[in-house]
Design a protein around this ligand. Structure first.
Ligand code: SF4
Length: 223
């Protein structure tokens, strides 16, 4: 099967199962702050920390006024919380000084913010502004490689390759679809291949099925 055909099959099967329009925030500031908090942190912890912080300090001005210590206190259940608190305060300062207190809506502008890389910027564009963006995190990178969509080493390369393979109008659905699929089925260490709805088109399964049982494997070639 050609890669483009395989992509079409996977998107057709997974998007209806994992995409959820209701998870859109339409609030770029919330998406920006929660994506910074989410780095190396589980979803439940990210959600709780973001809610706490944004309830207490809902605007860039309020966060800047609160300062690093108070921000750190609000998100201290997440990894690297001091580093994140510093980034969040610096980001808010730049939003106020350079962008009139608003989150900018282009990739280039977002990348000028402290600690904001392509993945975070892509999430803000896709989930905050509803724009065509394809943020690639570790789930998307791992799954795209396992399925054989791409053969890449870095998430940035995966993003560029996937954009050539997936129609633009579907880009914004790919991240959330594959993140949820990666949390529930195609997990980093023990993918549940026995429950996988796209097993028949998966390179990783074809190459490893003899070493694994029908439900999972401990082997992992792409994290
Ligand atoms: S068959 Fe296994 S490795 Fe392949 S996509 Fe499904 S869960 Fe992931």
């Amino acid at each position: 099967m050609k890669v483009s055909e395989k992509v079409r099959v996977v998107v057709e099967r997974l998007v209806p199962l994992y995409w959820d329009e209701h998870l859109y925030s339409n609030d770029p500031f919330r998406v920006l702050i929660s994506t910074i908090i989410s780095q190396r942190t589980k979803d439940e912890q990210t959600y709780g920390a973001s809610e706490r912080l944004l309830k207490a300090y809902p605007t860039p001005e309020a966060i800047l006024e609160a300062g690093e210590e108070k921000v750190a206190e609000m998100i201290r259940n997440t990894g690297f919380y001091r580093q994140k608190a510093r980034r969040i305060v610096k980001t808010c300062k730049m939003l106020i000084e350079k962008y009139g207190g608003k989150v900018p809506s282009t990739m280039d502008e977002l990348l000028t913010l402290p600690g904001v890389g392509r993945k975070t910027a892509g999430c803000v564009l896709a989930y905050g502004f509803g724009k065509d963006a394809l943020p690639v995190d570790t789930h998307v990178h791992r799954i795209a490689n396992r399925l054989g969509f791409v053969s890449t080493k870095k998430p940035e390369e995966t993003e560029m390759e996937l954009k050539k393979l997936i129609p633009k109008e579907l880009w914004r659905k790919v991240n959330l679809t594959l993140v949820r699929f990666g949390q529930q089925v195609c997990r980093p260490l023990k993918p549940r291949c026995g429950q996988c709805p796209v097993r028949d088109v998966c390179n990783w399964w074809r190459e490893n099925k003899n070493e694994t049982n029908s439900t999972h494997s401990g082997h992992n070639s792409h994290k």
